[in-house]
Design a protein around this ligand. Structure first.
Ligand code: BG6
Length: 481
């Protein structure tokens, strides 16, 4: 760890992300002795409160959210926290803020913008104009997702911020990249000959990427109704996962080479946009969504998306990548299923031949499963399908760090590997903008689904039309009982 004093400033300090994600992550880092002792975390907010009130609020959140909460650790941790009241939309507030920052006498500054993207240019320009970036040490700028609303707005933001901070000092967050099992994709792929040798169209029939959420939009209706699942989840998290699965082996397993390979995948990704026949792109909305707080009662915003994509590169010719994500579904889970082809081996007529499956479980459980066929004991030649499974999160002594712990530490250490580069973000917006342009009004194609279901039937029919189905882990696990 760089042993350098730093001030970590958070814009949007009274937002949910700061309370529920950043503070617990900072607390865990502190508890694990991984934070610099002389670091100061300054949270900015409009609301009229002082540091001790803010610390109390954080304490309440941590007591509920963190199972290993400890009073005396919190007291030491909270000494790092300061609340600073300002309206970041007001240019004049930055002059005073600069004076305050100077009084902290710290050469290094990190600015974390946990605000809506529309404020990224304004905040960045004010920081520059009011000399808050004029320090002896380093300045790093962190931008929460969503990075823009569409390609045009993302480009505008990027032009401004890259001019002010420089690409090497910009950290665009996609918190999925900080998740343990997402980081494990490269290892599973490239460190195992049994997978790396067959990672192509000759052996793989299709790839399924599922990120389901149990909760609806909760109190984020205002934001979500403008975004929808396509912008909120597919443009970033799902495309990032797909890119890691589909990229060519990079020259080196380093940051730059991986980013370059991911960009090539995203630029060569085609979504099958056959809306009329419901084959390729499915939009869904959960029943009751229009009654959610701050949601337009006539909203056509999708809370569910399923799509079929093809990666236009020789390795993946003809291999569908099925993606699906949605809110208010039957459970929260994220997983990648790689379904292998079934070859011409004669299967006994009374047994079904199950394809080999490689499953990378991302959350809530973390693990890797491999499904293989064996002979049923005592039968002559009947097939039986079994799981070889590794459940990382089943070990009671193991607790994965939250994605934000990893990402915050990387920011403090100046490591940009787990953050998205502009070319990736741009290519992903190009793709999503194409989808949005093709179907500007989604209403005729918006299928409703009951809360707690596994999404609209059309998402199942899409695979059925291809002679396939979504793999449920429950089904796989039952066989394992
Ligand atoms: C965020 C989305 O990026 O990811 C949210 O804005 C979503 O809508 C969240 O709920 C899901 O993250 P996780 O880590 O809970 O799977």
């Amino acid at each position: 760890m760089e042993n350098q004093k730093v001030i970590f400033t958070i814009f949007g300090g009274t937002g949910n992300l700061t309370y529920y994600k950043l503070m617990p992550a900072f607390y865990q880092l502190f508890l694990g002795g991984r934070l610099l002792n002389d670091m100061t975390i300054i949270v900015l907010g409009r609301k009229d409160k002082d540091t001790s009130m803010y610390r109390e609020e954080v304490k309440d959140v941590l007591m509920k959210k963190v199972s290993n909460f400890n009073e005396s650790v919190f007291v030491a941790f909270s000494a790092m926290l300061q609340y600073y009241q300002m309206n970041f939309e007001k240019a004049e507030d930055y002059t005073e803020f600069n004076t305050y920052m100077q009084s902290q006498n710290c050469p290094n500054r990190i600015f974390y913008l946990a605000t809506a993207p529309t404020f990224f240019p304004l905040i960045s320009e004010q920081l520059r104009d009011k000399k808050l970036l004029d320090v002896k040490g380093y300045v790093r700028a962190v931008f929460e997702k969503p990075f823009g609303y569409d390609l045009e707005s993302a480009e505008k933001i990027n032009d401004i911020i890259s001019d002010i901070f420089g690409e090497d000092y910009i950290y665009r967050i996609d918190h999925y990249l900080g998740k343990e099992m997402i980081q494990n994709i490269n290892t599973v792929r490239f460190s195992n000959q049994i997978f790396s040798a067959v990672w192509n169209k000759d052996s793989i029939d299709n790839v399924q990427i599922t990120v389901k959420e149990k909760d609806g939009v909760k109190d984020r209706g205002g934001y979500y109704d403008q975004a929808g699942a396509l912008r909120d989840m597919v443009q970033n998290h799902l495309i990032q996962i797909l890119a890691l699965v589909a990229m060519e082996p990079p020259k080196r397993l380093d940051n730059q080479s991986i980013k370059e390979e991911k960009v090539k995948v995203i630029q060569n990704l085609n979504v099958q946009m056959d809306l009329e026949s419901h084959n390729g792109l499915i939009f869904g909305q959960y029943e009751g969504y229009r009654e959610e707080v701050k949601v337009d009662p006539n909203s056509n915003t999708e809370t569910f998306v399923a799509m079929k994509c093809f990666v236009n590169r020789p390795r993946w010719e003809g291999v569908p990548f099925y993606l699906r994500t949605g809110k208010a579904l039957d459970g929260g889970e994220a997983k990648i299923v790689i379904e292998f082809r079934v070859d011409g081996f004669d299967t006994p007529s009374n047994t079904e031949r199950i394809p080999n499956l490689l499953v990378i479980k991302i959350q809530p459980d973390e693990g890797v499963y491999l499904r293989i066929n064996t002979k049923e004991p005592r039968s002559e030649s009947n097939l039986m399908s079994v799981n070889l499974s590794y459940c990382q999160s089943c070990d009671i002594f193991y607790k994965s760090p939250d994605a934000y712990e990893r990402l915050l530490l990387d920011i403090i250490n100046g490591d940009t590997a787990m953050f998205t580069g502009w070319e990736e973000v741009k290519s992903a917006w190009e793709l999503i903008s194409e989808v949005i342009d093709k179907c500007p009004t989604k209403s005729p194609y918006l299928d409703t689904y009951p809360k707690g279901s596994d999404g609209p039937m059309s998402a199942h029919n899409m695979l059925k039309m291809d002679g396939r189905h979504w793999w449920r882990l429950d089904d796989l696990n039952n066989d394992f009982d």
